[in-house]
Design a protein around this ligand. Structure first.
Ligand code: GLP
Length: 242
């Protein structure tokens, strides 16, 4: 695990975008794993800038998002499909048919989950996965649990996550109670992981995840077992590291 400490959010975003961009430039065809939340937004802005000004070419990129709220349609402004389109996808030359987000309206979520994992497999797995982290250490929507779940699955969101994500909705009551999330199988099989965390509020859980015991109670702690993970923290998020 390589840990980079950026001085602030802007530097974190620039470094994260540069790593994603160089993956695309060097490999050409790339299966990119994408994340939502506010943390990656700065990196997505920089990727759009590199597309517009430096010719970064997304024409041979496939994307898989980590998760989607269950019950939200793709055109709901808080759905993760909508978020991804707005924050990155519609601003670059990517083929929208090659961008994947779990279907939050799937009538049969179990089949949707199976299909999502199969599609990732069919495309040869994820080459480069971007990850953020929730306040309770969750990755995607893999909440603190008794075990690490391997497959894409339908999860119940924790009260803490509903509360944290209520800032994007009119009230906590509007936050969906369930989500479909990629499991740790596809994440841990990705060739490269880029884990980005910003802000003092997450400093304690960052230290626990990166330097504490590996436990499903702190889902991000599993990243310690990955063979090629780069962590970018800003100084605030790194402030509790030993
Ligand atoms: C959501 C997403 C996660 C993301 C987390 C952190 O819960 N499902 O993938 O990492 O938010 O969000 P933020 O970066 O806004 O703190």
């Amino acid at each position: 695990m390589r840990i980079i400490i950026a001085k602030d959010y802007d530097e974190l975003s620039k470094r994260a975008a540069d790593m994603m961009a160089s993956q695309i430039r060097v490999e050409g065809h790339t299966v990119l794993g994408l994340a939502t939340g506010s943390t990656p937004v700065g990196a997505y802005k920089e990727l759009i800038r590199q597309y517009e000004e430096d010719g970064l070419d997304f024409s041979d990129v496939d994307t898989f998002n980590l998760d989607e709220y269950y019950g939200l349609s793709p055109d709901h402004p808080e759905s993760y499909r909508y978020f991804m389109n707005e924050k990155l996808l519609k601003h670059v030359n990517i083929d929208m048919d090659r961008t994947h987000v779990p279907n939050g309206l799937a009538e049969d979520p179990e089949t949707e989950c199976l299909k999502y994992d199969q599609l990732i497999e069919e495309l040869g797995g994820i080459d480069f996965q971007l990850l953020g982290m929730g306040n309770n250490g969750h990755i995607g929507f893999n909440e603190p649990n008794e075990c690490f779940v391997a497959n894409t699955n339908l999860v119940n969101l924790s009260e803490e996550t509903i509360e944290a994500n209520s800032r994007f909705f009119n009230s906590a009551a509007e936050v969906p109670r369930q989500a479909i999330t990629m499991g740790f199988g596809a994440i841990m099989r990705a060739d490269k992981l880029l884990f980005v965390v910003s802000g003092k509020k997450k400093a304690k859980v960052v230290a626990a995840a990166l330097q504490g015991n590996i436990t499903p109670k702190i889902p991000a702690s599993i990243l310690q077992l990955h063979k090629d993970v780069i962590v970018i923290l800003d100084e605030d998020a790194a402030s509790e590291l030993k």
